[in-house]
Design a protein around this ligand. Structure first.
Ligand SMILES: [Zn+2]
Length: 170
C-alpha cells in the first residue's frame, strides 16, 4: 500500500541520500487544481527518485499518476481523465542559472531549503490537463446520435419517395 507523503520536502537532502519517494497525496490538498476539476475526490500517486546530477545539483525523476474528473467540453458532463506523466526536475538555488540544465529537464528554483511536495505534484497535474477535455464518445450523445441517424434515414426515405413519385409521373 502507498503511504501518506510529507507535505514539505528538502530536495537537496533527499538527493544526497538518493531517496526513493513513493506514496499518495489527496487531491483535496490542491486548491488551484481543485478549481479546474469537477470532483476533487481521489489522490495522486508518485514514484520519485531523488539523485544528484554530474554538477551535484538535486534532480527528481519519476512519474505522477492520478485519475482526475474534468468537464467534457462537448456534452458538459464529468469525465474521468487518467494522468500518467513523466517528471524530470532539476532543483536550482536562487544563485544558480538555468543555462546548463540537462536535456529534458525542467528547472525549478528553490528559495530556502524546503519545498511543498503537494505544490510540485499539483503543478505537474495542472500541466497534464488538456485545453479541451472531451469524451471519446459522449454518453449523452449516444442517444442523440441514434436520433440523428433515424432522422437522416427519414430524409433519405422521403427523398426516395419524392424521386419515385417523380419517376412515376413521367
Ligand atoms: Zn462528453
Amino acid at each position: 500500500m502507498f503511504k501518506e507523503l510529507p507535505a514539505f520536502i528538502d530536495p537537496k537532502r533527499l538527493a544526497f541520500q538518493g531517496t526513493h519517494l513513493k506514496g499518495v497525496v489527496a487531491l483535496t490538498q490542491m486548491s488551484l487544481l481543485g478549481d479546474m476539476l469537477c470532483d476533487i475526490q481521489g489522490e495522486a500517486q508518485i514514484d520519485w527518485l531523488f539523485a544528484l546530477d554530474d554538477k551535484h545539483r538535486p534532480t527528481i525523476n519519476g512519474r505522477v499518476h492520478a485519475q482526475i474528473t474534468l468537464l467534457c467540453q462537448r456534452c458538459l458532463k464529468p469525465m474521468l481523465y487518467p494522468v500518467d506523466v513523466q517528471v524530470a526536475l532539476l532543483v536550482l538555488t536562487e544563485e544558480q542559472d538555468y543555462d546548463d540544465e540537462p536535456v529534458g529537464y525542467e528547472a525549478i528554483t528553490l528559495n530556502g531549503t524546503q519545498v511543498s511536495l503537494v505544490k510540485l505534484i499539483e503543478d505537474e497535474l495542472i500541466l497534464a490537463i488538456p485545453i479541451m477535455a472531451k469524451h471519446t464518445i459522449c454518453p449523452s450523445n449516444d442517444y442523440q446520435l441514434d436520433e440523428n441517424i433515424s432522422e437522416n434515414n427519414n430524409i433519405i426515405n422521403n427523398h426516395f419517395q419524392v424521386l419515385s413519385t417523380l419517376k412515376k409521373g413521367h
